[in-house]
Design a protein around this ligand. Structure first.
Ligand SMILES: [Zn+2]
Length: 268
């Protein structure tokens, strides 16, 4: 299902027990320790947006980091050696309210009934500039080559899930940052005319995991602590027309990329 921003609607009152991962509307936090929250929010997303019932098993690195003090922004700035826009905006601007780092796939480009996916370096899979703009649906977009465009600085409150816009409403503003990883989709011939059920396998490229790790470190550094990672589909679980992204995300590949980044930081 295409991941697109949803209209900001008035919050729908729900009993706390109905909210995913025990979200508390008073504390604006999911239930449990940061590790417990991450295990719930990173439950694997299968085809069609079916979310695993059991908590995810976190790679040891993620389990030990989440919620703890993050590296300084100076470290990130120095180690990244990249333009600021590549890592989520102004590293000097602290993220006071952000707690959650939400991982999406774009579900685009849609290739319809194409018999297979083109190689990851094909130009049609990497056109990224059009995602930017005042109404960009996420903070940062990452194409298959690991190139990025900035939709909004991480400091700009921007909601990109139905959980934020339809369930929590205004109080959700600024709690979440959103990363869209480009992922093409194809139509399942057995499904509806416009379905986008078929995702490539593997779902993402090494370059995308590398950039995602850098973005995670940068956002965490600006927040002062390692944010709780989450999948879009886990946040929207149970909602009508919930999205199915990200498909085929490998949490171990993300953790390995994060480990390489931390090893690199040690060199400074
Ligand atoms: Zn999404």
């Amino acid at each position: 299902m295409k991941c697109a921003v949803v209209a900001a609607l008035a919050a729908i009152p729900l009993f706390a027990s109905a909210l995913p991962c025990g979200f508390d509307t008073t504390t604006l936090s999911f239930a449990g320790t940061p590790e417990t929250q991450a295990r719930c929010l990173l439950r694997y997303v299968s085809r069609g947006g079916v979310v695993d019932a059991k908590p995810a098993t976190l790679p040891p690195l993620l389990a030990s980091l989440v919620g703890t003090t993050a590296p300084s922004v100076d470290f990130i700035r120095y180690a990244a050696g990249k333009p600021v826009s590549e890592i989520g905006g102004d590293l000097g601007q602290r993220l006071e309210r952000v707690r959650y780092f939400v991982i999406h796939d774009t579900s685009t480009p849609w290739l319809g009934d194409a018999p297979d996916f083109p190689p990851n370096d094909a130009p049609e899979l990497n056109r990224i500039a059009h995602y930017a703009g005042p109404n960009a649906v996420a903070h940062v977009f990452v194409n298959r080559l690991g190139e990025t465009v900035l939709g909004h600085d991480f400091a700009e409150p921007w909601r990109a899930t139905k959980f934020e816009t339809k369930v929590i409403g205004q109080p959700a503003k600024g709690l979440f940052v959103h990363i869209e990883l480009m992922q093409p989709r194809r139509r399942d011939p057995q499904g509806s005319p416009k379905n986008d059920l078929i995702a490539p396998l593997p779902g993402f490229t090494p370059a995308q995991y590398e950039k995602l790790a850098l973005l995670y470190a940068a956002a965490s550094a600006r927040a002062g602590h390692w944010l709780v990672p989450a999948f879009h589909a886990d946040l929207d679980e149970g909602l009508d027309d919930a999205h199915d992204d990200p498909q085929h995300f490998e949490i171990d590949a993300f953790a390995a990329a994060l480990q390489r980044l931390l090893d690199h930081l040690k060199e400074f």
